[in-house]
Structure formats: structure tokens, C-alpha cells
Design a protein around this ligand. Sequence first.
Ligand code: GAR
Length: 193
Amino acid sequence: MKNIVILISGGGSNMAAIVRCAQRDNWRKAYDAQVAAVISNRPDAGGLAVAREHMIATEVVDHKRFATREEFDAELAAAIDRRQPSLVVLAGFMRILTPAFVQRFQGRLVNIHPSLLPAFPGLHTHRRAIDAGCRVAGATVHQVTTELDFGPILEQAVVPVLADDTADTLAARVLTQEHLIYPRAIARLLPQI
Ligand code: GAR
């Protein structure tokens, strides 16, 4: 069985979209794959309860318990390894990962970023797209490399930026597309891993 481990920090709506798609499209039968665990760096992440509702194992590796990024990443990597993952999915995981962590999982580590990469890596992507006068915005699913919000692109979705958009209204429009492209990108990857 190919185990998928999903990392979250917050509400976990992308994680939930992936879990729903895995159930609806029967990834166990189609790809011999399952979402094996959801791991959060925040004990209060709303997505943890959502994962439990779907009978998925959850775990918290609280970054605040660690003095350095390296120590946190080592503990996180150990928690992931215990699930024997074929694929590690960053879904709103809001921590910068060390090169050692990325190298350990490279080739089986994917992320979703709420911009049309390579535009707007980093934070506040929707505000920055509006301020730049962009007519379109979107989201990108990509393989993770040691460079932040960079790496081979697997899927993108484009949405219009409307004249009266705020960062919040644009984020909501982008998020609905994220929920479509992330499960699709993972389903495409599963036969190859
Ligand atoms: C999503 O928009 C995701 O693209 C973004 O955080 C949100 C998480 O929402 N990720 C990043 O900004 C990563 N740098 P969710 O917890 O509801 O999936």
C-alpha cells in the first residue's frame, strides 16, 4: 500500500479535499494508495478534527517545543518516516523546511502554493497580486526543492482578479480551484511512485 502523509498547519481544507477525492475515487483500489496520516505543527489546527472525522490517524509535532529549525525538522521527519510514506503532501503547511528535510523526501514531496509560480513565492500572495495590478491569479502544485516555493510544476489553475477584489475574496476564489487541482495532481502522481 502506498501511504500518503499530509502536513497541515491550519484549517486543512486542501487536506479535506484530497481525503474526499481519495474516498470518492477509491484510491485504494485504483492506485493501492491511502491517506495514512495527517500531521500538524500546531496543536490547534482545525484540520486535525476533520482528519479524525474521516478516521485518519493524526499527530502533532509542535514546532514551539524545539529550539532550532533543524531539531524540529528532524522530529517531523521521524514522525513522517514512521508512516512509511510514498508521498508527503504539504497542504497549507506554513513552516520553511530545512534543506536536509527536503533532500530526505525529494521526489516524493509536493506542495500547493496560492499563486501562479514563479510569480509571488512567499507570503501574502493575494495582496501582492492585487497590488501589482494582475488581471489573473491562481494556484500551483509543484514538486518541492530546496528553493522556497520553487520546483517542477505539476498543475496550475487560473482565476480572474476582479476590480473590487480584496485579498480575502481573491483567496476564496483561488482556494476553490486549489481543491480541484491538488487531488488531481496527486492522482496523476500515484501510478508513478
Ligand atoms: C492554501 O491557500 C494554501 O495554498 C496556502 O495556505 C492555504 C491553506 O489552506 N499555502 C501556503 O501559503 C503555503 N506557502 P487550507 O489549510 O484550508 O488547506
